[in-house]
Design a protein around this ligand. Structure first.
Ligand SMILES: [Zn+2]
Length: 219
């Protein structure tokens, strides 16, 4: 991996781990998400599932919602979504439909994950058949700051963390502790390029800062 990109990735993931610790102080589970381009953070969020009593309020979904309001879907293909835990099926679907170009996570989620359990992040079929809705599969990098992410969960609850490990709910992406890097398996289709052009020409552009958009953070 390019050294500069890896340095940026590590900084962004460190922020996710920090957010996961902040989440605990606010009575939430330790999840944190950042959406950024070249190290410049566009949106960040923690879960709101407990406080809102709403299972859909995952950190990734909240951050994607902020990012779409700020810059629109077309630009999100240049952005990376960082998150301390592999995105679940629901969040992975939102990642695909919002056209985010790259996903980086620390810990794998073999029971609930959108790439370990279900092939949502890397599914080519959905993009080739519905290019007006779904982007090509994003690049995926996993295992970044793995130990730091684990420690945040262990500090949240040592007992819960042992149970999570016993059940194999959150694991290392690979036994060697190396990064797992999955490049997009399909290039952007002609139909998808055409769709981007059509959206550029015919859809109203979202203002960079919508009046009701929150700041770059929803904690
Ligand atoms: Zn999720």
């Amino acid at each position: 991996m390019d050294p500069l990109r890896e340095k940026i990735d590590r900084a962004m993931m460190a922020r996710c781990v920090e957010l996961s610790r902040i989440a605990v102080t606010k009575g939430e589970y330790p999840f944190g998400t950042v959406i950024a381009r070249d190290g410049k953070i566009l949106a960040e969020a923690i879960n709101h599932t407990i406080r809102d009593g709403d299972v859909t309020r995952h950190a990734e979904v909240i951050a994607i919602s902020q990012a779409q309001k700020a810059i629109g879907r077309e630009q999100l293909r240049h952005y990376t979504l960082y998150t301390n835990i592999e995105p679940c099926a629901m969040c992975s679907y939102c990642i695909r439909e919002s056209w985010i170009g790259r996903v980086v996570f620390a810990l794998a989620s073999p029971v609930m994950g959108g790439t370990s359990k279900w092939n949502i992040l890397q599914d080519d079929d959905v993009a080739s058949r519905m290019p007006q809705i779904f982007a090509a599969a994003p690049e995926v990098v996993s295992g970044l700051l793995l130990h730091e992410a684990q420690q945040a969960w262990r500090d949240w609850s040592p007992i819960a963390w042992e149970m999570i490990k016993l059940r194999g709910l959150l694991t290392e992406p690979c036994p060697q502790g190396e990064h797992v890097h999955v490049r997009p398996s399909g290039r952007r289709s002609l139909m998808h390029r055409l769709q981007i052009l059509l959206e550029r020409n015919y859809q109203p552009r979202v203002q960079a800062q919508a009046p009701d958009a929150p700041e770059n953070s929803q904690l």
